[in-house]
Write a protein that binds this ligand. Sequence first.
Ligand code: SF4
Ligand code: F3S
Length: 293
Amino acid sequence: MAGPVGGGRGGPAVTGGGEIPVSPTASPAAGGPSAPESGMTGATVTLRIFKGVPGGELGYATYEVPEVVGMVVLDAVHWVQRNLDTELACRWNCKAAKCGSCSAEVNGHPVLMCKTRIDTLRRGPITVQPLRSFPLIKDLVTDVSRNYEINKMIPPFTAAPDDGTPWRIAQMDVDRLYEHRRCIECFLCQDVCHVNRGHDLSARFFGPRFFVRVASLEMHPKDVLDRRDLVRDLGGLGYCNITKCCTDVCPEHIHITDNSIIPLKERVADRHWDPVRWLGRKLRGTSPPPEAP
Ligand code: SF4
Ligand code: F3S
């Protein structure tokens, strides 16, 4: 019954597992079963939700939820928590697709549960799993702290001390940075990237979310630091082979690959491999380290 434990990222992987029987645990303190909601369609939605903790029984519990017009997966999970299984763990906050907390895999696709309408999914049972690339904590909740460790490795925005104010920045540059700033840190891109998911390279790979962050700093006209060697060496930019899976799942529609990763790769190549620039640096005595990528 127990699924395998020990994913490539140093924690339990969520793959498989049998059926877990669940007896209703709606708590009287929570008000007991909900009163009928307006907008009920009369249909029922079947949810298969991953449950368990590392070292314990891992599997899927099945719940029947009354469908409501416009219902999203997070609504259905909340209904389960309130009416059938108060111990079901799920992380969420804004329910408006802006906090990035309710990331999960629905029918195998990394999505925000609050943005995924039930009526857009194929008919039949809906499977809800935690993000597969991160260590499991409980049920739908994973440990994404590795992302915050990566974030700390990236030097923040730094302007020249004598740059003066007010700054004047071309609208074109503002627009370019704006796209990167839309990131809500849902980590769906980190979850789906095969470098994280299929290989044990997390210690050598920042991942798409952090390539977006580095790109936004490198493209900022007022930033004076150079993070190209960092993103190449510590960040493992070369491991990205442009599969674009990260772009496909981004709920903010950031063109992660085209507008962050490829420009970063070009900048790294310019620094290390462009012969004209190399000659210029040689003459100025500012050559970068000569080692291969
Ligand atoms: Fe989420 Fe997109 Fe940010 Fe990745 S880049 S963390 S998918 S919002
Ligand atoms: Fe991964 Fe995105 Fe590159 S999914 S391989 S970071 S294009």
